[in-house]
Design a protein around this ligand. Structure first.
Ligand code: UT7
Length: 332
């Protein structure tokens, strides 16, 4: 019997309707379109305005998109992994609520939190379950309502982030397609440079933490940028070396959309001279944290061909980062 590999067999996505443009941000904080575009590559982002809707709404919509496109019976889903840094509630898994809402009544489910690397790590986890032979259909959702943790008076963060959701289905493959290799790393030094200070067990919510704006994302952008460039590029170069992939062999780079300059630096390190191989939608969505990778797959799905070599890469808070080499498994 041939080895079982874990392949992506379907993709779904959802972004909210409201478009927060650079021009609108100019009216909110001291910034301008030229600065944002040249420093980040972002032109606009989507925001979930409805006050009564949390991240699960984005994930449910993305999963429903996948289910409809694939013609999948949700009762066949064995497990749901919900990658997110902005769960609906601190306790009570967003995954469980989502699985019930989409009709995945035979699945077990849990949340996975690794900041901007949540989805990449969830791909690894889902693949391991498939490769073990224990489960046949694992749904991985990546969604974040970043607007719920952003201070819209802080120009260092509010220009970067947006809301969105994406989903992929992992299934067993016997043609050798799907996940081939991974290189995943963490370094706790990052905790000081990108975080929400309060609301966790270290500093529970209080009147003081609210007054001090400690429930919003704070980052030392310059330091995060430096680590992101070197680690994401290193991880991608390493996965190519380990698998004897030349720049010609790599068909697509699917990189976390945090800053166009970080993505460009990674592509350069991989010698990907052909810009069209570098998937990019940061200009339209900004950094949607756990949703960037599946949103890219959804936007470019029609161009991806069976057997294509894809390098995924991410970097995020913690620090967390890594790279995955995957062979695409279908033509759409
Ligand atoms: O996905 C999670 C990981 N997060 C990231 O990967 C983010 C990584 N960091 C970045 O993408 C970049 O550091 C930023 C986009 C956040 C900032 O870009 P930068 O080129 O590192 O700018 P900077 O922080 O060094 O600031 C340069 C200047 C400063 O002014 P002075 O001191 O040179 O006079 C800032 O005060 O730009 C100023 N500035 C702004 N100006 C207009 C900072 N934010 C803004 C802004 N609009 N929004």
């Amino acid at each position: 019997m041939s080895k079982i590999t874990a392949a992506i067999t379907a993709v779904g996505a959802y972004v909210p309707d409201y478009v927060l443009t650079n021009q609108i941000l100019e009216t909110m904080v001291d910034t301008n379109d030229e600065w944002i575009t040249s420093r980040t590559g972002i032109k606009e982002r989507r925001i979930l305005k409805d006050k009564d809707k949390g991240t699960s709404y984005l994930g449910i919509k993305a999963a429903e998109d996948l289910i409809a496109k694939k013609g999948l019976d949700p009762k066949e889903i064995d497990m749901v992994i919900f990658a997110t840094a902005t769960p609906d509630l601190p306790v009570a898994a967003t995954a469980a609520y989502t699985a019930s809402k989409i009709g995945a009544v035979n699945a077990f489910s849990y949340d996975l939190q690794a900041a901007c690397s949540s989805f990449l790590y969830a791909m690894s986890t889902a693949s391991s379950y498939i490769e073990s032979g224990r489960y046949k259909k694992v749904l991985v959702i990546g969604a974040d309502k970043m607007s719920s943790i952003i201070d819209y008076t802080d120009r260092a963060t509010c220009i970067i982030f947006g809301d969105g959701g994406g989903a992929v289905l992992f299934e067993p493959n016997e043609e050798g397609l799907g996940l081939q290799d991974e290189y995943l790393r963490t370094d706790g030094i990052g905790r000081d440079f990108l975080r929400i200070e309060a609301g966790g067990s270290l500093l529970p919510p209080s009147e003081e933490t609210v007054a001090n704006n400690q429930h919003f994302v704070h980052q030392d952008g310059k330091t995060v940028f430096k680590y992101a460039v070197s680690n994401m590029a290193d991880a991608s170069a390493k996965i190519m070396d380990r698998n004897n992939l030349t720049n010609e062999d790599v068909d697509w780079l699917v990189a976390h959309q945090a800053n166009k300059r970080i993505i460009d630096a990674t592509a350069k390190r991989m010698n990907l001279n052909d810009e069209s191989k570098v998937l990019m939608n940061i200009q339209r969505y900004g950094n949607t944290t756990s949703a960037t990778l599946p949103l890219l797959l959804s936007d470019y799905e029609k161009q991806l061909k069976k057997g294509d070599n894809i390098v995924f890469a991410s970097f995020g808070g913690g620090f967390t980062w890594g790279s995955i080499y995957l062979k695409w498994a279908y033509n759409s």
